[in-house]
Write a protein of this length. Structure first.
Length: 268
């Protein structure tokens, strides 16, 4: 290139001007002040606050011993179906559990159900409890539909089975298996949350459900029945289940939940 000496000269002149400008605008040595910038504050990550820690006492270990072998290590969650089915069989005195429960991935299903009871819908594909036998029963004319009291009997066998459980022993088994419940809960997208706290929160949500008495009015805009009362229809899935169970079953379920809450809601 013929004009390269000219270009080099322009670059040199530009550098000289830039240096001169920088020197001109620097303060005199006597007026230079040094600003000390403090190091950035490092915020240490805090552990999630656990309201109701699960810590098993020797008495609870003794209560769990007839149901599970305390000497055996816990199974991996992904391989827990068979051991959990065996444990549940002992806990429920070898009743026909598959009549009520879906034992495949039971712990994961249970955790999903608990987490979703305060929401508007339960994911049907992940329920641990089978659909209640029989068809939903309604009575009356189309504009005066109500839940047939005979419908409540569909839920009674499961309620009676749950009521027959030894609350203290059941909680002891739950605490022994708790790492599996916690792992399943974290896999739902709650890596910093504690499942037992969520369980207590959901129990409190159900205990606060309104106690409804007959008649309970319905509408049937399409195939499914809905509650005629908009406030009732807007309730969570868990609270609507209590209503569909019937007043007497709902009272029994709440009594069971209070007993479990007393055993589960411990402070460290």
């Amino acid at each position: 290139m013929k004009n390269w000496p000219f270009l080099i000269g322009l670059i040199v002149i530009g550098i000289i001007i830039a240096v001169a400008w920088w020197l001109y605008y620097q303060p005199e040595p006597s007026t230079i002040t040094r600003t000390i910038t403090p190091p950035p504050t490092v915020v240490q990550p805090t552990e999630p606050v656990i309201e109701h820690p699960v810590a098993q006492t020797p008495e609870e270990l003794e209560a769990a011993a007839p149901v599970l072998d305390l000497e055996q290590p816990l199974p991996e969650l992904k391989e827990s179906d068979a051991p959990i089915a065996e444990i549940l069989g002992r806990l429920f005195a070898n009743q026909k559990l598959d009549r009520f429960f879906i034992l495949e991935h039971f712990i994961e299903r249970f955790v999903v159900m608990v987490d979703n009871l305060p929401r508007t819908q339960l994911p049907k594909a992940h329920r641990p409890i089978r659909q209640t036998p029989g068809a939903f029963l309604a009575q009356g004319e189309r504009d005066q539909l109500t839940i047939d009291p005979a419908n409540y009997q569909r839920y009674t066998p499961l309620v009676k089975m749950l009521a027959a459980l030894d609350t203290r022993q059941t909680v002891a088994v739950y605490k022994r298996l708790y790492p599996l419940f916690q792992e399943a809960y974290e896999s739902l997208g709650y890596p910093d949350a504690y499942f037992n706290d969520r369980l207590i929160e959901v129990i409190d949500h159900l205990l606060a459900a309104p106690q409804v008495t007959d008649p309970i009015y319905l509408t049937q805009p399409k195939a499914l029945y809905l509650f005629a009362d908009p406030d009732m229809e807007a309730l969570s899935a868990g609270r609507k289940i209590l209503i569909r169970c019937g007043p007497e079953n709902a009272i029994q379920i709440k009594s069971i939940l209070r007993d479990y809450r007393k055993e589960l809601a411990t402070k460290s």
